[in-house]
Design a protein around this ligand. Structure first.
Ligand SMILES: [Zn+2]
Length: 125
């Protein structure tokens, strides 16, 4: 049987990701949704996050060696603070549009682009 139905666990994960801007780790997601789903395990949260990312329903970002998750899919860019590990969203659609318009591909059809700027904040620099 194909498991494509949206489980309650996946829904809770999506709901949580949709309302936060912090780009949480799997552990952060686990801690947050455990309040509503006390039975859930960290392994289940990991599995669901990876499935949702594979299905293109959420974004999975690798930052400073750990995975962070984002419910906001396309057309925004990320600034990653190299020292403190903070991630902020930038909404400069023209940057993504420019990248999308310039990519030259044969058989590959790009659907969206993820752009990560890396740098330091004033406190870290
Ligand atoms: Zn984001």
């Amino acid at each position: 049987m194909k498991q494509t139905r949206m489980t309650n666990q996946k829904l809770k994960i999506m709901e949580y990701l949709a309302k936060v801007k912090t780009h949480p780790t799997a552990e952060d997601v686990y801690r947050a949704i455990k309040k509503d789903l006390p039975q859930i395990s960290l392994a289940t949260v990991y599995r669901n996050l990876n499935l949702l990312a594979e299905q293109g329903k959420i974004l999975k970002l690798e930052v400073n060696g750990e995975f962070r998750f984002d419910g906001d899919l396309c057309h925004h860019q990320h600034c990653v603070f190299r020292k403190c590990g903070k991630i902020i969203d930038v909404n400069q659609k023209e940057i993504s549009d420019y990248a999308m318009s310039k990519i030259k591909t044969g058989e590959f059809k790009p659907q969206c682009v993820g752009i990560i700027f890396r740098g330091l904040c004033r406190n870290c620099a």
